[in-house]
Design a protein around this ligand. Structure first.
Ligand SMILES: [Ca+2]
Length: 162
């Protein structure tokens, strides 16, 4: 039986060729996917929302209420950091705004986790799409929320402090 299989198997050189083809096709797909993500991030960074006067006041009130103190640097709202602010009818911008205030104020790692959980819950409340992205948003913010990437974007945990 194994002799028959052996006999009808394509030559090794042919197999090697198709494997190379598959590998380069996969590389192109991965490259396009990464480019798509990169372009998405660039567009997201180029179309940042405005931090309004009322946002600044609201953020300062929240800081005063929570820690009786206002962070050194002014509050900056950047929408949903490295994520879209809405998908179809699900608008995450308010959830991200509340999360940005929490990140501006900062605190302990437990408080950060609570802020991330609140963000995920608020995203889920925006509708069916919100429910679908709730977990990816939570995982994303847990991984990148206080990473060198968000530090570079000045959106890390406790970004209001010098
Ligand atoms: Ca943000």
């Amino acid at each position: 039986m194994s002799d028959i299989i052996q006999k009808y198997q394509p030559k090794a050189s042919y197999l090697g060729y198709t494997d190379t083809m598959k590998a380069s096709r996969n590389a192109v797909i991965i490259l396009f996917f990464l480019m798509f993500i990169l372009i998405g991030f660039i567009i997201e960074r180029l179309t940042l929302p405005e931090t309004t006067e009322s946002m600044l006041i609201e953020a300062e009130l929240a800081a005063n209420e929570q820690i009786n103190l206002v962070p050194d640097l002014p509050f900056v709202y950047d929408g949903c950091t490295l994520f879209v602010d809405s998908i179809l009818w699900s608008d995450f911008s308010h959830a991200c705004y509340v999360h940005d205030i929490a990140y501006w104020i900062g605190g302990t790692s437990e408080e950060r986790k609570a802020a991330d959980q609140s963000l995920a819950k608020a995203v889920a409340k925006t509708g069916l799409i919100g429910k679908l992205v709730e977990y990816p948003v939570y995982i994303g913010v847990r991984i990148f929320g206080n990473s060198p990437l968000t530090k570079a974007l000045n959106a890390n945990w406790g970004f209001g402090w010098e």
